[in-house]
Design a protein around this ligand. Sequence first.
Ligand SMILES: Nc1ncnc2c1ncn2[C@@H]1O[C@H](COP(=O)(O)OP(=O)(O)OP(=O)(O)O)[C@@H](O)[C@H]1O
Ligand SMILES: [Mg+2]
Length: 316
Amino acid sequence: MIEVRGLTKRFGATTAVDDLTFTVEPGQVTGFLGPNGAGKSTTMRMILGLDRPTAGVALIGGKPYRELERPLHTVGALLDAKWTHPNRSARAHLRWLAASNELPASRVEEVLRLVGLTEVADKKAGGFSLGMSQRLGLAAALLGDPEILLFDEPVNGLDPEGILWIRRFMQRLASEGRTVLVSSHLLSEMAQTADHLIVIGRGKLIANTATKDFIDRSSESTVRVRSPQLDQLRSLLTSNGMTVREDGAPVDGAAPALTVVGETSDAVGTLAGDNGITLYELAPQRASLEEAFMRLTGGSVQYHGEGLEQAMGGAL
Ligand SMILES: Nc1ncnc2c1ncn2[C@@H]1O[C@H](COP(=O)(O)OP(=O)(O)OP(=O)(O)O)[C@@H](O)[C@H]1O
Ligand SMILES: [Mg+2]
């Protein structure tokens, strides 16, 4: 388990991490989600003892990282895939890591097999593709067979096959009962990977909930209706307490449309039917995950591009 309490990090005037409190439970993949600059990497670095908190604590299995007796056996991390020595082979790199942590060379062969690098293990790591580098980073994180794993944006830049492989691998590690914390700035990615989500924006906690609940809560459902009796329909809907947005007339001259917010198509269709209003279209719609996520973290995105809007004289 990972426990973070009141964790805060300031860099000069910037508060990168702002009074974060959460726990990461074993046996599931926990997504650590937030837009660029939200403070994900800084939080992970503090959990791993690489950055000193301004305030608060981060505990791994009940202890701060620096008090762990055998850190490599307790926690494994993948922060930056390209940190290996470029002229060293994958096997030599892992053997060096293993030896400096009193692990047998046989464990190197095991982790190479786990991540599927056995066949290229004697090639120079500097020539590895991003996907292979990520696998090597994973192998290093797994050397000490740790119960707790942290991955910082592990699928960034990978092709779909690489993404799928990493995703399945993380899920497997969690199903073995390990604690898995993985960061991303994409809700759509986390929706397919994580069971639970910790969402931050500008260093602050926004949500800590099951992934499904977060998605249900954040993605607004709307119903698009098109009718030749739009004025009647509009007053019927609003007099029944429904919120309506105007969609305007379609360019092809077809009957105009309305969007009803936060209602089901069943409710809208029944109301129209009961009142004898003809509908040409009744279409339930769901905002895309990324739209929903942007709305939720919108106030917390660090760089809004306001400067650009001003420079364009409001032309954007
Ligand atoms: N060493 C540092 N010195 C000064 N400011 C820093 C330092 N490290 C991070 N920051 C600032 O802290 C904030 C959080 O950065 P962090 O890298 O933790 O965000 P992130 O969520 O990992 O973002 P990304 O998705 O871009 O990786 C940013 O405003 C960043 O500029
Ligand atoms: Mg980061």
